[in-house]
Design a protein around this ligand. Structure first.
Ligand SMILES: Cc1ncc(COP(=O)(O)O)c(C=O)c1O
Length: 418
């Protein structure tokens, strides 16, 4: 038996009663058990922490108030009164579930309103909502690319892009992170082949921003489609939070803009924005859209109101960006080398065990910030990933920067094996 990050005892196969349906002696179970043991030994075993309040800049965890420095709710919309009020009305009017996939009973008037709002917000002809960002990527890429095509994918792209590439059966060519020279070399090595370049807009762990001018130039030059994942860009970069195109003043230049409603917008669901033809095609070809029960109307309503607030109150985006600049400056004053132009500030630790220790120290001090380890980042490349919100105060961030510096520079403590 070992303890998870909440300090609770977690399932251990040894302690599971025989006959509990696990086929106790089966080779597969043994292999799973061994793999879990191995993950624990290498400080790579994952578990969950149970939050006992709404997701906002302060949360309750194990009965304590904690400063939340890990949430993707960048604009602090998950617990926003006007959004909750609008979603509650949708709950009373439309109920809890959609009852089917989008193509059967799962499309409500709210889905249509949301898709219209997304298309407007991103300056595109049309939009399509998926059940999550993950489902969007694993739906879009296999629908658009098949055997015989090439997908050029940044080496640090999100797992959902990686899985979408795999499912597509197209040849996937990985280029060095945000390196347009390397990308061009790789495109030239596959002359005449049709395909697509795909990249995170804001990279989910490093927080850096895609070289959109370079990527679009190559796509145009070589007749490839361009696709940007705006999961961490929407509501965060660009003067009014419209994402990468606004950030670079390149409105309308990308073929496919994909994103999620689960981060700055404070709801759930993925989306794609693009031409009418693209959306019509995906409705007919994207399997994660066709074969999955649609999101609840309540979630749609929350997303509609979240988008409206983002549109009406761009000062939130400004506040977030000021917070990031201030937090980075505080960390740098303490001697840590950091920089970010998004809401994600990675603090490099390296060793997985040390990253866990630092995270646990910070937890004890009331700062919620997780250690990110392999396979989310490379082995030996563990980080503390700070994710900032518009509602954090300068004082909170200055205090957190001090505590983080102490935690990551403290001498290592010998941690007993589980
Ligand atoms: C870059 C990127 N794309 C896609 C996703 C998936 O989005 P969702 O959480 O809505 O499934 C994430 C989520 O972590 C992400 O970081």
């Amino acid at each position: 038996m070992y303890k998870d990050q909440s300090g609770r005892k977690s399932l251990d196969i040894e302690s599971t009663p025989a006959g509990a349906g696990m086929g106790r002696n089966h080779e597969k179970w043994k292999r799973m058990e061994e793999e879990l043991r191995c993950l624990r030994r290498e400080n790579l075993c994952r578990s969950t922490r149970t939050i006992e309040s709404a997701q906002k800049s302060h949360v309750r965890y194990r009965g304590r108030d904690m400063l939340m420095l890990a949430s993707n709710s960048y604009l602090d919309f998950c617990d926003e009164e006007r959004i909750k009020e609008y979603a509650s009305r949708a709950l009373m009017e439309y109920g809890t579930g959609s009852g089917g996939s989008r193509l059967t009973t799962g499309t409500t008037a709210l889905h249509i309103r949301l898709e219209e709002a997304l298309a407007r917000f991103k300056g595109r002809e049309a939009a399509l909502v998926f059940n999550s960002g993950f489902a969007a990527n694993t739906g879009i890429l296999p629908a658009l690319c098949r055997e015989g095509d090439v997908i050029y994918s940044d080496e640090l792209n999100h797992a959902s892009i990686i899985d979408g590439c795999r499912q597509s059966k197209a040849r996937t060519v990985i280029y060095r992170h945000n390196d347009m020279e390397d990308l061009e070399k790789k495109i030239l090595a596959h002359p005449g082949e049709t395909g697509l370049i795909v990249s995170d807009g804001v990279f989910s762990m490093d927080g850096d921003i895609v070289d959109l001018p370079g990527l679009v130039r190559l796509a145009d030059t070589y007749g490839l489609l361009s696709m940007i994942d705006e999961a961490h860009a929407t509501g965060v970069i660009g003067r009014s939070g419209r994402g990468c195109e606004e950030y670079y003043h390149m409105e309308g230049r990308t073929d496919i803009l994909m994103g999620t409603l689960s981060k700055a917008i404070g709801a759930e669901g993925g989306y794609v924005c693009g031409s009418r033809i693209l959306v019509e095609y995906l409705k007919n070809k994207a399997r994660s859209y066709i074969f999955s029960t649609s999101l609840s109307p309540v979630t749609m309503a929350a997303a509609i109101r979240g988008l409206e607030l983002l549109d009406q109150e761009p000062w939130r985006v400004q506040r977030l960006s000021e917070n990031v600049a201030w937090f980075c400056e505080c960390l740098r004053r303490h001697g840590l080398e950091v920089s970010s132009h998004s809401a994600i500030v990675p603090i490099f630790v390296g060793d997985e065990g040390r990253a866990i220790e630092a995270s646990e120290r910070l937890m004890e001090q009331g700062i919620f910030i997780p250690a990110i380890r392999y396979p989310t980042v490379r082995k030996g490349g563990a980080i503390l990933r700070a994710a900032l919100m518009a509602s954090h105060t300068r004082q909170e961030l200055a205090g957190a920067a001090r505590a983080i510096t102490r935690a990551v520079t403290a001498p290592a403590v010998a941690v007993p094996d589980f």
